[in-house]
Design a protein around this ligand. Structure first.
Ligand SMILES: Cc1cc2nc3c(=O)[nH]c(=O)nc-3n(C[C@H](O)[C@H](O)[C@H](O)COP(=O)(O)OP(=O)(O)OC[C@H]3O[C@@H](n4cnc5c(N)ncnc54)[C@H](O)[C@@H]3O)c2cc1C
Length: 381
């Protein structure tokens, strides 16, 4: 163990690595402990045996409204502007998502013009709405279209993804895939959207390039750190330094109030000697049994290969120790209340900073995780 460590960071995702970089730049010595056998957290990517660049933990596209964050990432890796278009297969037909007017044309060819006119009447100049807003409105044509998408896509997809009834899920979830009142769907609406040309690990490795940063993978930090009352112990000795924790909040406290619900995923990886499996890089299959979506990696930018590698995603509840990762906090009223109890415990402990998608129990995208990391680093400096 390094004796010159000023700050320990648990977790090497974008949050842990960004904080490490910022602190090291200001002369602090940082040690990162990562329990996976590689750095990068969910951003980990690599080129597979067929020459196809894949993201081990699901497709990641960097998108943000903040130019400052875009410029920050550009300092560490070469970005290529890229607008993702996803798809959804409903009744055997693949339409672009976010859903747009092409879904009206595809599924309601007879009434398409009337439905589009009614949408314009109800929503005026608005470019989009959530499916819930459309379901709530009085207009029968708008409701008919929204109900079709809700019953055949949002509802079964959400039930599979979260493992709970859609009416229990935080309503914010439905905002992630709005319905656009135009053609030319894009999955994200942010002005800055890009992919790292050489992969996310270029970003991670460059963030960690300082001699002041030491990293160890395959180490569960909670085998070294423990919390008793409002004290942190490191290998049994009271710890007076700073501990930045980006893992699941309940695990830090030995699940003393019960387990926080996280959702995990099982990825089934396949390679086929065909040119193309599906129309778009990421396609949802809401009506399929068990799996939610398939990512065909050669369709993401900067890949020019024959054959295709794809990953089929099966959601499942997270169980620690079952060779699973806690990818998504399951946001419900009960889980928010439970999280608050853990958060109150954490706030009483001097030197402990909890942040990141797992520790904040928030559905952060890369940009909000990065923003959080920069704010934490600022507050520590
Ligand atoms: C399938 C999927 C697709 C996504 N797609 C996108 C996308 O397209 N665009 C986008 O902007 N965002 C996307 N995201 C979100 C993105 O992955 C997160 O915002 C980001 O990875 C959060 O970074 P983090 O550092 O908070 O967490 P993580 O990347 O999860 O890093 C936390 C790290 O802490 C480690 N850790 C936990 N406990 C311990 C411990 N006890 N000891 C040691 N290490 C520990 C974990 O192993 C992990 O590596 C996606 C997420 C998923 C799951």
């Amino acid at each position: 163990m390094a004796t010159n460590t000023d700050i320990y960071i648990v977790g090497s995702g974008i949050v842990g690595c960004t904080i490490a970089h910022e602190l090291a730049e200001k002369g602090r010595n940082v040690r990162i402990w990562e329990r996976r056998n590689h750095l990068g957290g969910n951003l980990y990517d690599y080129t597979d045996e067929y020459g196809i660049h894949v993201h081990l933990y699901g497709p990641h596209i960097f998108h943000t409204v903040e130019k400052e964050l875009f410029d920050y990432v550009s300092r560490f890796c070469e970005l290529k502007e890229y607008n993702l278009v996803c798809g959804s297969v409903i009744d055997g037909k693949c339409v672009p998502t976010s859903f747009d007017f092409s879904s009206v044309d595809t599924f309601f060819p007879e009434e398409a013009e009337t439905i589009k006119q009614h949408i314009k009447l109800v929503f005026g100049d608005r470019p989009s709405a959530t499916v819930l807003e459309m379901l709530d409105c009085d207009d029968p044509y708008v409701r008919k279209f929204a109900n079709f998408l809700y019953e055949k896509d949002y509802k079964p997809y959400t039930a599979k993804q979260w493992g709970i009834s859609p009416d229990k899920v935080d309503r914010q979830i439905f905002k992630r895939v709005p319905i656009l009142f135009s053609y030319g769907s894009k999955y994200f609406s942010d002005p800055y959207q890009a992919m790292p040309i050489h992969g996310y690990m270029e970003l991670i490795n460059n963030l960690l390039s300082s001699d002041r940063i030491q990293t160890e993978t395959g180490v569960d930090a909670l085998k070294h750190f423990s919390v008793e009352g409002d004290r942190i112990f490191l290998d049994g000795v009271p710890f007076e330094g700073t501990l930045i924790y980006t893992g699941p909040m309940d695990e830090l406290f030995n699940c003393c109030y019960g387990k926080l619900p996280y959702r995990s995923l099982r990825f089934e990886w396949k390679h086929e000697d065909i040119d193309s499996l599906q129309d778009m890089p990421v396609v949802a299959y809401p009506q399929a049994e068990g799996f939610t979506r398939i990512t065909e990696y050669k369709k993401l930018p900067c890949q020019n290969v024959s054959g295709t590698t794809y990953a089929v995603e099966y959601p499942l509840p997270y169980q620690k120790g079952a060779d699973q990762e806690p990818y998504y906090p399951v946001l419900t009223e009960e889980s928010a209340a439970l999280f608050e109890r853990y958060s109150a415990l954490a706030q009483k402990i001097p030197g402990l900073v909890c942040c990141g998608r797992l520790a904040d129990f928030k559905y952060y995208n890369i940009d909000s995780a990065l923003r959080r990391a920069l704010d934490v680093a600022d507050s520590l400096l």
